[in-house]
Design a protein around this ligand. Structure first.
Ligand code: TRP
Length: 322
């Protein structure tokens, strides 16, 4: 069994970009029977930015409901909230004492914000150390992440090696898995789909809001009769990520022939999303209404995860002489 672990940012309801770029590929990986997957909601990392208990709670539930709705098998694997395995904070402290200051001051997560130091809390500064603790606490072997997290994985490996060098083999040195095939998903304005740009398509939103988002996709001003270029059209570029090859060819033909308006293409995209994600949308809306059920699922995962965490910490404490 290969142990796969990844942390999921809990920044609210996942959008199409998150689904195609992260959730689906991770779930695929977890379906391999040779893998054992630990997927957790990184709600301690969220505290760096989110200082509102209601939002914290809602975000956690939305993330949990989406992963389950998209088919993550939480029975076979591990699905938990980072904050519930408090051992991670103890380990993070130990690891802090093996982390050279320059390693953190060179980390992108800090550097990007360091021109305004009064806005930086030490949680942001030590973000990579908590992330190292997330990974090392569970003897993780493979960590699938986006390219932006590559440096954090290198920091994790360096910290683990430094500890092992001092105290003998204690931690497994994890490998990152950066999927180069994952494309950037364009948002409604053609830039990368992201909450920050407010250009997302929220496949779990109610029909009315979803329609509004799709109708807001930016296009050029060609009229109904004009021949259109599919390649430069945001509607087509989103459509082709989810449609079948036949559907893509059909739409391409309509664009190049003319007599097919952007409104038609948007309606087509809207209907395709409703059809394609019918079951997932239904499941999501049922799950999100039933908080107790979601919490029960997470608690079950937390009980299992805690067993591994405790074992590893016993090993670490004894190495340290505590
Ligand atoms: N920092 C990761 C991100 O922003 C989330 C994360 C937290 C994570 N802890 C982790 C990812 C441990 C992998 C392993 O996406």
């Amino acid at each position: 069994m290969t142990r796969i672990l990844t942390g999921i940012q809990s920044s609210g309801k996942p959008h199409l970009g998150n689904i195609l770029g992260a959730i689906k590929p991770s779930i695929e990986l977890s379906k391999n029977s040779k893998n054992e997957s630990l997927f957790f909601i990184a709600d301690l990392h969220s505290l760096i930015n989110i200082k509102d208990s209601k939002i914290m709670n809602e975000n956690t539930l939305a993330v949990a409901a989406s992963w389950i709705a998209m088919g993550f098998d939480h029975d076979k694997n591990y699905f938990y909230r980072q904050s519930k395995i408090t051992e991670v904070c103890e380990l993070a402290w130990y690891l802090n004492c093996f982390t050279p200051y320059p390693m953190l001051s060179n980390s992108h997560s800090f550097k990007d914000k360091s021109d305004n130091l009064s806005d930086v809390n030490s949680g942001l500064f030590t973000y990579p150390v908590l992330m190292a603790a997330d990974i090392l606490l569970y003897d993780s072997e493979i960590v699938p992440v986006g390219k932006d997290q590559k440096q954090h994985l290198e920091i994790t490996r360096d910290i683990a090696k430094s500890f092992n060098h001092n105290y003998g083999e204690t931690f497994i040195i994890p490998e990152s898995k950066i999927d180069k095939n994952v494309q950037t998903i364009p948002g409604t304005d053609g830039r990368k789909m992201s909450k920050t740009y407010e250009n997302t398509i929220d496949i779990f939103a109610d029909e009315k809001s979803l329609k509004k988002q799709i109708m807001s996709i930016v296009t050029d001003s060609k009229g109904l009769d004009d021949k259109k270029n599919p390649e430069t059209c945001n509607v087509f570029n989103i459509f082709k990520l989810i449609a079948s090859q036949v559907e893509v060819k059909e739409m391409e033909k309509k664009y190049t022939e003319g007599g097919y308006g952007y409104g038609h293409a948007k309606t087509h995209l809207f209907n395709l999303i409703l059809e394609l994600y019918y079951d997932e949308r239904k499941l999501y809306s049922e799950l999100i209404k039933n908080k107790d059920h979601l919490f029960n699922i997470l608690e079950k995962g937390e009980r299992k995860a805690k067993i591994i965490a405790e074992e590893v910490l016993v090993r670490v404490r004894s190495r340290l002489g505590y």
